[in-house]
Ligand binder design. Sequence first.
Ligand SMILES: [Zn+2]
Length: 291
Amino acid sequence: MKLQTSLLLAVSSLLLPGLVQAQGNFDNVEYEVSDLGHGIYMLVGQGGNIGLSVGEDGAFLIDDQFAPLTPKLLAAVRSVTDQPVKFVLNTHWHGDHTGGNANLAGKGALIMAHDNVRSRMAAPGDQQSPKEALPVITYSESSTYYLNGHEIHAFHVEHAHTDGDSIVVFKDANIIHSGDVLFNGIYPYIDLGSGGSVSGYIAAMEKLASLCDDSTRIISGHGPAGNKAAVRKSLKMVQSAQDSVAALVKQGKSLEEVKEANPLAKFDDEWSWAFINTERFTEILYNDLSQ
Ligand SMILES: [Zn+2]
């Protein structure tokens, strides 16, 4: 089962290098910078959405996309502040969230993340990161930063998108970076091969929703900026999709039979996208239930 998952990932990565691996051409990527107020910005380029806090203590980035994009990312940062990037927090280990680490560390930034981000990035293999890219400060549960006038809480949610996810909360500003705990308006990718799980993902989304009031703004991992209603809507879809697949698994159906029955057909129009289409999300749900 594990081999199947990583094979699938390899195939999908070839088809859509933008999300998972730093292959391909980034020439046409342009950063879109949205001002959320309180000196906090959402940066959309290619890969996981970036959070930026600016102020007297320096630029603080949440995730940094792909290595070849660093010059463009820094230009986007310079469009709102003269301060250097001093801190980078990774919400998890995937390359579209950590690819810029080595470049930014080389310019003096401190890289920080959950323990499992570092251990997965450091693990020998074809996805091993260079030493310069590794977080130099890690935490097992949570960490708090007092920067740019904010109290910023990063806390771990277990076995969700991966086994090293953090949600980052700017308490006073009422702004949250969800990491990949929210794919806003599209099927989420749940990386079972990196310690993610569907039940953990659901629990993490419930936790995320519980941190929001009606005016909270969320920098999603992928998709547009979100809010509590968007989390609830996505949560409802994932729960319902899991129930639909679970009913067939309970009947002893094979993966092929489940795909044939297509229990997620009702979600296809609204939630399917290039990287995670309905078939792929069905496979993730099936494999999770069969683990
Ligand atoms: Zn991810």
